[in-house]
Design a binder for this molecule. Structure first.
Ligand code: ZN
Ligand code: FE
Ligand code: FE
Ligand code: ZN
Length: 270
């Protein structure tokens, strides 16, 4: 079983192509399942630059997804997903939104610490304003809180904080592990899944999300894994999945999580 559950479309304003273009790429790559997905709309003008407006979801995104399902649904198993942001204060709105649509899975992602969009290249200088270990502590605290929110099925890119190459030094490895351990225990308590996201290989850090340190804790805690490319153009669908599959073999017992109507089923990867 090979799936790619993390994809985007032109509606988020920083990706290219319609849902159908991504599905065509997924079929060409020989995937068994593909997740039609994008950045969720969010309330109250939260980060409008990188997502569709709430008013676009039904008239634009849903018909785009349906067109892909109608055209390709007999050639590949298609799932309907969304990458939503964990943002304190939006939980009630988001819970209502998620309940009103027939998602197969919801990816929960942390892209902001307070008002700082830390994965945005325009604000990378703010990494120099505080000790890196404090930023990591804030990041993993947000991951833990996202898990405790109960809103999501999958933790997206579980160490996105490293995107631009800001790695904690080896002499802080024990502290780093403690931070991750705390967050992953919350992920386990919430019975969530962690995605192996190959987009990190295309970013300055040049490394899959999450690191082997995180994946070791996932293995020790028995947290299931799934796969996503975070494709922002059709040519990125399932990129570097040979490496992702090797990590599932090492850290996930060779099993990946698949989702239907927000219920998880495990299947052998490959
Ligand atoms: Zn994006
Ligand atoms: Fe993301
Ligand atoms: Fe994404
Ligand atoms: Zn993402």
């Amino acid at each position: 079983m090979l799936v790619d559950y993390h994809s985007h479309t032109r509606l988020c304003k920083h990706a290219e192509g319609d849902s159908a273009d991504y599905v065509a790429a997924a079929i060409a790559r020989g995937l068994d399942e593909f997740g039609l997905c994008d950045h969720s709309p969010m309330p109250g003008g939260f980060d409008p630059e990188s997502r569709m407006e709430p008013e676009q979801f039904e008239p634009e995104f849903l018909p785009m997804v349906r067109a892909a399902q109608d055209r390709f649904g007999d050639q590949i198993a298609l799932k309907f997903g969304i990458e939503a942001d964990f943002e304190p204060g939006t939980e009630t709105w988001l819970a209502d939104f998620l309940a009103r649509h027939p998602f197969d899975y919801v990816i929960g992602s942390v892209h902001f610490l307070g008002s700082w969009g830390f994965d945005h290249p325009g604000f990378v200088h703010r990494f120099d304003e505080r000790p890196l270990v404090d930023i990591y502590a804030d990041y993993y605290d947000a991951i833990a809180r996202s898990a405790r929110s109960g809103l999501f099925d999958i933790i997206g890119h579980a160490d996105l904080v490293k995107k631009f190459g800001h790695r904690l030094p080896d002499d802080q490895r024990d502290l780093h592990r403690d931070l991750v351990n705390e967050a992953m225990r919350a992920v386990k308590s919430a019975d969530m899944t962690v995605e192996i996201n190959t987009a990190g290989l295309r970013k300055p850090v040049g490394e899959i999300y999450p690191s082997e340190l995180v994946l070791t804790l996932c293995r020790d805690l028995g947290i299931p894994l799934t796969l996503g490319s975070d494709a922002h153009r059709p040519s990125e669908v399932a990129t570097d999945f040979d490496r992702a599959v090797a990590l599932v073999e090492r850290f996930g017992g060779g099993q990946i999580a698949t989702f239907t109507a927000r219920e998880r089923t495990m299947a052998p990867v490959g």
